[in-house]
Design a protein around this ligand. Structure first.
Ligand code: NDP
Length: 302
C-alpha cells in the first residue's frame, strides 16, 4: 500500500537557486513563513543559499536536511542534474512527502524519477514553468503538471510562485508540453531573426519593420518583446541560457523521433540552436542565437 500523503506542508525545501529558482524559492519562503512554517534552501554553490536566506528569510540547508522536507521543489538545468541530486538525497527523504520538479526536464526521466521516489514513499510531479525570470519574480509563472491529480490537489496551494497551474496529463506530460512550448519559441525567434536579416540586407529600418509586423499577422512574442527589448538594443540580458533553449528543442525532437513522427522544422531548428550555442556561447541569452544569423548574413540587427 502507498505511504499516506502528508497532511501538512510545514517544512518546504527548494533545490537550485538559479535565475528561476531563487525568485521562486523567495515566494515559497514568504508563503511558508506566513503560515508558521519554513523553507529550506539548498544550492550546489552554498553561498547562493546563504545569500537567499539573508534576503528572503529562507533557511540555508544541507541537501540531507532539505531532503527531509514535506515538500521539495527542484529547478535545475536538466534531468541529468535532477538525477544526481535525487540519488544524493534519496536516503534522507521523508515518506509521505512530495517532490515537485520544475526543471524543464526530459519526459523519459519522469517515470524513472517517480519510481525511484516511490521506493522511499515520496510522490513525484513533473511541473516545469513558463514565463521567464520576470514571472518568477512576480510569482505569476505558468506551471504545467504531469502526475496524479490528487497529489497536485494537495500541493497546489503551496505553489506560491504560480499564476496558473494546469495538469496536462500523467507523469512526463508536463515535461513534454514544456519542450514543445520552447521548441515553438525557438522556431519563432529563429524565423523572426531570418526575416529581419533579410530586411536589414535591403536597408529597411528594423524598428519600423517591427512596428508593422507587430500590427500584422507575422507577430509573436519574439517580435513584440524579445527582439525589440533584447536584440535591437544590443543588450542580450542573460536571463535564459541559449544552451537551455537548445536542450528544450532537442527534447521535442527526441519525442518526435521516439514516436517515429515527422517534425522537420523542429529538427532543423534544434541543429541551428546547437550550432548557435557552440558559436555564440551556451551561457549567452537565448536571443543571442540571432548573432549567428547576423554572421551568416553579414548584418547587424539594430
Ligand atoms: P541557471 O543556470 O540560472 O541555474 C541553474 C541552477 O542549477 C543553479 O542553482 C546551479 O547551481 C544548479 N546546478 C547546475 N548544475 C548542477 C549540478 N550538477 N548539481 C546541482 N545543482 C546544479 O538556470 P535557470 O534557473 O535559468 O534554469 C533552470 C531550469 O528552468 C532549466 O531547466 C531551464 O530550462 C528552466 N527554465 C528557465 C527559464 C529562464 O527564463 N531562465 C524559464 C523557464 C524555464 P550553482 O549556483 O552551483 O551553479
Amino acid at each position: 500500500m502507498d505511504t499516506p500523503l502528508t497532511e501538512t506542508f510545514h517544512t518546504t525545501a527548494f533545490l537550485g537557486l538559479g535565475a528561476m529558482g531563487a525568485p521562486m524559492a523567495a515566494h515559497l519562503s514568504a508563503r511558508s513563513r506566513a503560515s508558521g512554517g519554513q523553507t529550506l534552501v539548498w544550492n550546489r554553490t552554498p553561498g547562493r543559499a546563504q545569500e537567499h536566506a539573508a534576503q528572503h528569510g529562507s533557511v540555508a540547508a544541507t541537501l540531507e536536511d532539505a531532503a527531509g522536507a514535506d515538500l521539495i521543489v527542484s529547478c535545475l538545468p536538466t534531468s541529468a542534474e535532477v538525477d544526481e541530486v535525487l540519488d544524493a538525497a534519496h536516503a534522507h527523504l521523508k515518506p509521505g512527502s512530495v517532490w515537485v520538479d520544475c526543471t524543464s526536464g526530459h519526459p523519459d526521466a519522469a517515470p524513472r524519477q517517480r519510481d525511484q521516489l516511490s521506493s522511499a514513499g515520496v510522490r513525484f510531479l513533473d511541473a516545469p514553468v513558463s514565463g521567464g525570470t520576470v514571472a518568477a519574480k512576480a510569482g505569476t509563472l505558468t506551471v504545467m503538471v504531469g502526475g496524479p491529480a490528487d497529489v497536485l490537489d494537495a500541493v497546489r496551494p503551496q505553489l506560491a510562485f504560480a499564476g496558473k497551474v494546469v495538469r496536462v496529463g500523467d507523469t512526463g506530460a508536463g515535461f513534454a508540453v514544456k519542450a514543445v512550448n520552447n521548441a515553438l519559441l525557438a522556431v519563432n525567434l529563429w524565423a523572426a531573426g531570418e526575416g529581419l536579416a533579410i530586411l536589414g540586407l535591403r536597408g529597411v529600418e528594423l524598428g519600423a519593420a517591427l512596428e508593422v509586423i507587430n500590427a500584422s499577422s507575422g507577430r509573436s512574442n519574439t517580435t513584440e518583446n524579445l527582439i525589440p527589448q533584447r536584440v535591437l538594443t544590443r543588450e542580450f540580458p542573460a536571463t535564459f541560457g541559449l544552451g537551455l533553449l537548445a536542450k528544450d528543442a532537442g527534447i521535442a525532437l527526441d519525442m518526435a523521433e521516439q514516436a517515429r513522427g515527422s517534425a522537420p522544422v523542429i529538427a532543423q531548428v534544434t541543429g541551428l540552436y546547437r550550432a548557435a550555442s557552440r558559436v555564440v556561447g551556451a551561457q549567452e541569452d537565448h536571443t543571442a542565437a540571432l548573432k549567428l544569423i547576423e554572421q551568416m548574413n553579414g548584418v547587424v540587427l539594430r
